[in-house]
Write a protein that binds this ligand. Structure first.
Ligand code: GRF
Length: 218
């Protein structure tokens, strides 16, 4: 089957993007990363992607009068490359309902918490402040409301009393890099379907243990 043409949208260092690029190198991976797009010309991930031979494009939000014009340009870049699926990976722009609806169930995001807990920014600080014992990351289909949408995969990590924001962020990031490729593969294989705003996984069971990952790492 033809690989699903996928774009990764970034604003920064792009470590999740790199995890997706690594996974997509496997011959049987169902998605091809056909484009890396950033709204920031200085995003470190852009040069990392280019070094890997992936086409990159910048759509600088500061060049546009409003979100609609910015998103029209995003859509133009995506359509030009015949993109079928979009992965947000540290893309720090809110997208309008119009854009999200146009890409409904073809637009996924990774968020560094176990949603619906800790939507928004500074999730690790807030997890530490709340005293939770388990934290993690979520890959979900994007909906118009920020950090909401059907959950495709989650990875959990323990929170230790000695944790700092950085140590917790590092542990969560490792799990992000594991669950994002799993989630992308499930969507690209059409094994993750949205039914009544929940994700049903059509699978032979081989992914069942992957979707919740609790690594024993410190
Ligand atoms: C990740 O923690 C991701 O969950 C969040 O932004 C961060 C991006 O990191 N949405 P990177 O650019 O993928 O390294």
């Amino acid at each position: 089957m033809a690989k699903i043409r996928t774009a990764v949208l970034i604003s920064g260092r792009g470590s999740n993007m790199m995890a997706l690029l690594d996974a997509a190198e496997a011959p049987d991976f169902p998605a091809a990363i056909s484009l890396v797009l950033s709204n920031r010309p200085d995003a470190a991930g852009l040069s990392a992607a280019a070094r890997r031979g992936v086409e990159t494009v910048v759509v600088d939000h500061r060049q546009f009068d409003d979100r609609a014009a910015f998103e029209a340009s995003l859509n133009e870049a995506l359509n030009e490359k015949k993109i079928e699926l979009v992965c947000l990976a540290g893309f720090m722009r809110l997208l309008t309902g119009d854009f999200v609806e146009a890409w409904r169930d073809r637009l996924i995001n990774i968020h560094p918490s176990l949603l619906p807990a800790f939507k928004g920014l500074e999730t690790h600080d807030r997890a530490l402040a709340a005293g939770v014992r388990i934290h993690g990351a979520t890959v979900h289909f994007v909906r118009a409301t920020m950090d909401e949408g059907p959950v495709i995969a989650q990875g959990a990590v323990p929170v230790f009393p000695s944790d700092t924001t950085d140590s917790l962020a590092e542990r969560v990031l490792a799990v992000e890099h594991r669950i994002y490729p799993i989630a992308l593969a499930l969507v690209a294989n059409r094994k993750a379907r949205v039914v009544s705003e929940k994700v049903m996984i059509d699978d032979d069971g081989s992914h069942a243990g992957d979707v919740l990952i609790v690594p024993h790492c410190r």
